[in-house]
Ligand binder design. Structure first.
Ligand SMILES: O=c1ccn([C@@H]2O[C@H](COP(=O)(O)OP(=O)(O)O[C@H]3O[C@H](CO)[C@@H](O)[C@H](O)[C@H]3O)[C@@H](O)[C@H]2O)c(=O)[nH]1
Ligand SMILES: [Mn+2]
Length: 675
């Protein structure tokens, strides 16, 4: 299109004040020449040849100086000129405490990036007030990490006993964190520019400009579906397009504070790369957390490569990097606005292809129906899927864009990982449910992605899309061989039979490999073991709930919801989390299934061992040996469940009613299996 549509991502600025210097230099060179030529000793005079040599040298230097000026003549400073919009979504002030949101916002406002080019969009206010204190503080003392809570928790004392610093430190520590106002669920759009970066009065205590900061609460009506985070993001896209229209958008969850003030510049390098930059739609940072214990009990924590809880996502997106196609995982992601808003990748010749695109669009307009048009114009994030991030990333990739996974040594963002078992299971339920919905929708990677993305990438998406259906096979393996053990019927080869070798090999090799990998990346044995337990819980509980909920949604019984992960916990719950003791202290239907499965295996193991001991036939162990091992493994891994059921006295133990129900159900299952 026309030149006016071109918005540069970097700007070129000429260095000023060099002309006078050049002129004076030039003048002096001329004078020197004038002198040496006019005073050149005459024929026969002493030093004539030396003088001539001098002229030669001068000539050379002058020439050389001119050469040096060829590169210096047009000396420019190039610096990033891309306006960047930052979107922070917060939804629930009880599980997402305002002070945490404020932390996140302030850490983002303090990016080492021209403040006039930075706009932060958020859904709650008051933070701007505190920022007037916090920002100059950060800049003055180069505080890292630039989030007040993280800073004050890691630095109980100022780093050096500088008197001014110490004074400001305590002043900021005690003045901050004002109270926060709460909203209702039935209101008009509320939009306020808290800090207008274009206004010359928007400066901090020291007169440095502040980034623009916009607060938005989109319109909400009880009778209208507000589409969760996707709805909020799309509202922010629309609002920001009228205010700052940054060509790059950084999206973070409200708990994901910036841990590195340089991330902005790092990320922009990818978009600005001369050869590859054009085709990159987003740069995804790994999801990292600041509250991980040594042997994190609710997922895994292999530092560097794996990231807690989203172990699979992060591990695989780093591999997806090979395919230029890491997934968008909702937070810590820098987007190209165009790509996020539904634009197709046009190849490396934007002008020409844009014309073609325009023509194609005109043709299309003639053909397509109103509903098709509406569908196409529904830009931004995809609605109606609990993993709006993954489906949006997929559709961006299917429009021809590439993406980058960037995991620098210093973590770019740190957030809050779930600190209780139900939280973790519910989060995984949401993810596996969303991914399964993608599989059943028209965005199914195989069909939708056909011919648009690489086969490897399509397959990669299936890793997540098939999480939910995974529950069936897992449940089968956790329950059936054990019940048959109870019954005394063999399902696997005899121990001495050669056929048992491949079974044994698969299991031993798989676990050895995964343990080796875990330890190599700095994990602990206990951490790995906890991770195995969580995989079993997720596969049998989260995926099961996701699977059944998705199917009931397909037949129209339920609607999927977005259950927000809590970022706070009671003091004693938090303490148990620190001590790595699993939390079962609420009556969740999830727990009754966990407990029933654990007890069922316990009873089966007793039953099996009894058979071996009582019947005294060597044959029984031969027959049932593998089932005994499998059942024994399940029992050992469920050890915290038995403790919670029968031994624990603290509030994190299993509620009595749940214990009762689970014992009855497990006994029933065993009895029924005998029939
Ligand atoms: O109606 C809603 C619900 C959630 N959120 C925000 O969405 C973010 C993510 O919610 P959280 O409960 O923390 O979910 P997680 O499971 O931790 O989030 C991961 O998974 C989500 C998809 O399931 C992605 O949206 C997230 O970006 C990704 O970090 C938070 O900032 C929420 O405030 C909203 O703005 N509106
Ligand atoms: Mn979260």
């Amino acid at each position: 299109m026309e030149k006016d549509d071109y918005i540069p991502l970097f700007e070129t600025q000429e260095a000023k004040g060099r002309m006078a210097y050049r002129l004076s230099m030039f003048l002096c060179i001329c004078l020197v020449f004038w002198y040496i030529v006019s005073y050149l000793p005459g024929e026969g005079e002493e030093g004539r040849w030396a003088w001539i040599g001098l002229v030669g040298a001068e000539l050379w230097f002058s020439l050389y100086w001119v050469f040096t000026q060829s590169v210096r003549w047009n000396r420019i400073y190039q610096r990033t000129a891309g306006d960047v919009d930052i979107f922070v979504c917060t939804a629930d002030p009880t599980v997402e405490p305002p002070v945490m949101v404020m932390n996140t916002v302030l850490s983002l406002m303090a990016y080492d990036y021209p403040p006039e080019k930075l706009s932060v969009y958020l859904s709650d206010d008051e933070a701007s007030h505190f920022s007037k204190l916090w920002l100059p503080f950060c800049k003055k003392f180069r505080v890292e990490p630039r989030s007040p809570a993280a800073y004050f928790s890691t630095n109980s004392e100022p780093l050096d006993p500088h008197p001014i610093r110490a004074k400001e430190w305590s002043s900021v520590k005690h003045k901050g964190f004002p109270e926060w106002g709460l909203g209702s669920n039935d209101h008009h759009t509320f939009l306020q520019i808290l800090i207008d970066g274009r206004d010359s009065n928007s400066v901090d205590m020291e007169g440095s400009p502040l980034p623009t900061m916009v607060y938005m609460a989109r319109e909400k009506r009880p009778q209208h579906h507000h589409n969760f985070k996707d709805g909020a993001m799309n509202a922010l896209l629309r609002v920001s397009s009228k205010i700052s229209e940054g060509q790059i958008i950084l999206n973070v969850d409200c708990d994901m504070y910036s841990n590195d003030s340089q991330s902005m510049r790092d990320a922009l390098c990818f978009f600005m790369d001369e050869k590859k930059g054009n085709e990159i739609a987003y740069v995804q940072y790994p999801q990292s957390f600041n509250n991980i214990t040594k042997n994190y009990i609710y997922g895994s924590s292999i530092r560097q490569i794996y990231e807690v809880d989203r172990i699979f996502v992060n591990f695989f997106i780093s591999w997806f990097g090979w395919l230029w196609g890491p997934l968008y995982i909702g937070t810590g992601c820098f987007h190209r606005r165009d790509a996020l808003c539904g634009k197709k990748y046009n190849g490396n010749n934007p002008t020409k292809t844009l014309m073609e695109e325009k023509k194609a669009e005109n043709d299309r307009k003639v053909e397509e129906s109103i509903s098709e048009l509406e569908e196409r114009l529904k830009m931004g994030l995809k609605y109606g899927c609990p993993v709006e991030d993954v489906i949006t990333g997929l559709s961006i990739q299917c429009r021809g864009w590439k993406s980058v996974y960037f995991s620098p040594a210093r973590k770019g963002f740190l957030g809050v990982a779930p600190t209780t078992l139900p939280q973790s299971l519910v989060q995984h339920k949401r993810w596996s449910e969303g991914d399964f919905q993608i599989l059943l929708s028209k965005y199914s990677p195989l069909l939708f992605g056909h011919g648009k993305i690489k086969a490897g990438l399509q397959m990669g998406y299936y890793i997540y899309c098939l999480w939910a259906p995974n529950c069936l096979a897992t449940l089968y393996y956790v329950a059936i061989p054990s019940l048959y053990l109870f019954k005394g019927i063999s399902l696997f080869p005899q121990i001495s039979n050669a056929w048992s070798i491949p079974f044994a090999y698969l299991i031993i090799a798989m676990y050895t490999y995964s343990l080796g990998e875990f330890l190599c990346f700095g994990g602990t044995f206990q951490g790995w073991w906890n991770d195995q337990r969580m995989w079993m819980f997720k596969r049998t509980i989260s995926y099961l709930f996701a699977f059944t909920d998705t199917l009931s949604k397909v037949v129209g019984v339920t609607k999927s919801a977005f259950v927000i992960t809590s970022k706070v916990s009671d003091q004693d719950v938090a303490q148990r989390y620190e001590q790595e003791i699993m939390e079962f202290g609420s009556s969740s239907p999830m727990f009754s299934i966990i407990a029933t499965l654990a007890l069922l295996n316990l009873f089966s193991l007793f039953g099996g061992i009894k058979r071996v001991v009582m019947q005294m036939e060597a044959d029984v162990f031969q027959q049932l040996g593998m089932q005994i091992f499998l059942c024994g493994f399940i029992v050992v891994i469920n050890q915290p469940v038995y403790q919670a059921l029968f031994l624990r006295k603290d509030k994190g133990g299993m509620p009595r009613a749940l214990t009762f129900i689970s014992v009855i159900s497990a006994l029933l299952a065993c009895v029924i299996s005998l029939l």
